[in-house]
Design a protein around this ligand. Sequence first.
Ligand SMILES: Nc1ncnc2c1ncn2[C@@H]1O[C@H](COP(=O)(O)OP(=O)(O)O)[C@@H](O)[C@H]1O
Ligand SMILES: [Mg+2]
Length: 368
Amino acid sequence: MGFIKVENLSIDLGEFHLVDIDFEIKKGDYLTIIGPTGSGKSILLETIAGFYKPKKGRVFLEGEDITNLPPEKRNMSIVYQDYVLFPTKTVFENIAYGLKKKINDKEEIKKEVTQIAEILNIAHLLHRKPDTLSGGEQQRVALARALVVKPKLLLMDEPFSALDVKTRENLRNLVKKAIEKYETTILHVTHDFDDVWNLATKILVMRNGKILQKGDINDIFYRPSINFVADFVGTNVLEGEIIGKEDGLSKIKVGDCILLSIDDSENNNNYNKSNKDNNIDKNNNVKLSIRPEDIIISKNPINISARNEFKCKVKEIKKIGNLVYLILNIGGTPTKCILTPNALSQLEIKEGDEVYAIIKAINVRIIN
Ligand SMILES: Nc1ncnc2c1ncn2[C@@H]1O[C@H](COP(=O)(O)OP(=O)(O)O)[C@@H](O)[C@H]1O
Ligand SMILES: [Mg+2]
């Protein structure tokens, strides 16, 4: 059995339900939970913490059934987006708060607090009060307070959401350092894909109180099991038909384009095994996934080893933040790729132009 196992968990909150939540993770795993707002991510976290009573199902921690244990007996810490520190206590007292309930030895408490404060770069702030700290510093104190008691499970609900990009990156690195030291197992709700790419060993995708897909980065970003997940994580899905083999690669026809994939359609390692038997229907129809960052754009044909190179029309150019999305027409399917604004101006591409899209056969995956 996994370190934490959630088995067929359902919650009834009147208008909202969590339905048949089922997953398990190993000790030391870093599970990120993603999904649209309102999908039940926070409720799931708080149910695991013991704040809601399930209608059915069980939660196991290290094999022990903890479904009916009160929150304070579960050996879990939770960190929220807003830091909720005690305003009248110093940073030291804030961090030591939970620890004092567990141990009496003052020297021991001091040692533990100092150790976590050093890891999280807040050792110089121990005498300060929370309202004199920046948001990033306050969140590091909240993290220190959560970790110092060495919880079996650390639950984090959008812990970096209120922070700027640079502070987030810094905190991600500090969290990595801290969990290596403390060997913590983590459940982290986030809407920031940088958290997922940088921290996750496992991912749950939720919507409307249900798990849509569970897996690792490879499964979720490269082999999304349904179009909703693909769309949510920004992966292109193209529908095509297998028409044969070429040099050991699968040949797939998408509209008037032929794509080559290194995946063997009969033997692909789709995570959703239930789909495995029907991942090609009788007409050899398949879905392909291509990540936007795996498409190279050129004005002219280029002779490289990538096996897929074809001319296609730029349907649309969208600027989002500091990136540019080109929507290409690949065999009739709108397909997103990413450029930097610099690359776009060097290429001098405008909507309606024809460009060459180059994709390695290894980056075209046959999904279901
Ligand atoms: N205590 C509650 N009772 C009933 N409904 C709730 C309660 N808390 C949250 N909800 C509803 O449950 C749904 C899921 O909420 P939440 O877990 O906070 O979503 P997420 O964290 O994925 O954005 C929302 O529609 C919310 O309004
Ligand atoms: Mg939430």
